[in-house]
Design a protein around this ligand. Sequence first.
Ligand SMILES: Cc1cc2nc3c(=O)[nH]c(=O)nc-3n(C[C@H](O)[C@H](O)[C@H](O)COP(=O)(O)O)c2cc1C
Length: 193
Amino acid sequence: MDKFDIIKSLLEENRSIRRFDFSKKIEYSTLKDLVELTRFCASGRNLQPLRYRIVSSEKECKAIFPYLAWAGYYKDWDGPEEKERPAAYLIQCLDTDLIPDCLCDDGLQLEAITLGATALGIRGCIIKSFNMQKISEALHIQQRFKPRYVLALGYPVEKATIVDLDSEGDIRYFRDSEQTQCVPKRSIDELLI
Ligand SMILES: Cc1cc2nc3c(=O)[nH]c(=O)nc-3n(C[C@H](O)[C@H](O)[C@H](O)COP(=O)(O)O)c2cc1C
């Protein structure tokens, strides 16, 4: 495969996964390697204002889980059951001593991390709906570091695939009869104006 095809296939595989094998832990060194990928990302003014808190102990994973909101489109699903919870999390924080806000540094870095994770057989879910205050407290994160995103990580026990939008153009993801997560993505023709 040439480099373009490798990137394309990693991007395609890099779906949001919300059910994991909780018993299959991710090494601390692997989590650190994933964070290291962010060093190679572009950064507005090259300020590099983002920091990461690695959460990998069972105790801390348990402590933050109640403050996360999962899959807004699944009204009758409160998130993964205990044995299918993420094995680790990365809390992406902004160092507010450097800058009060950042441009797209956060998204670029999350993509780099999730692509790296995908290459290792790990999957993740980027979470924006979380209780920042409670998570900061539970993890004793200093006030200067403002959590922007929580990235849940683990070895997947569910499958996810991209599908075309239906005739009504519904973009809501859904689980099919085999419990595969189906994610409608717009066609290339729709993206071009
Ligand atoms: C900025 C952003 C915020 C998100 N927040 C949440 C969230 O709070 N909870 C959740 O379960 N998924 C969250 N997601 C995952 C999206 O639901 C997911 O990316 C989308 O459904 C498309 O699926 P895909 O990632 O497999 O392409 C978020 C994704 C992004 C990019």
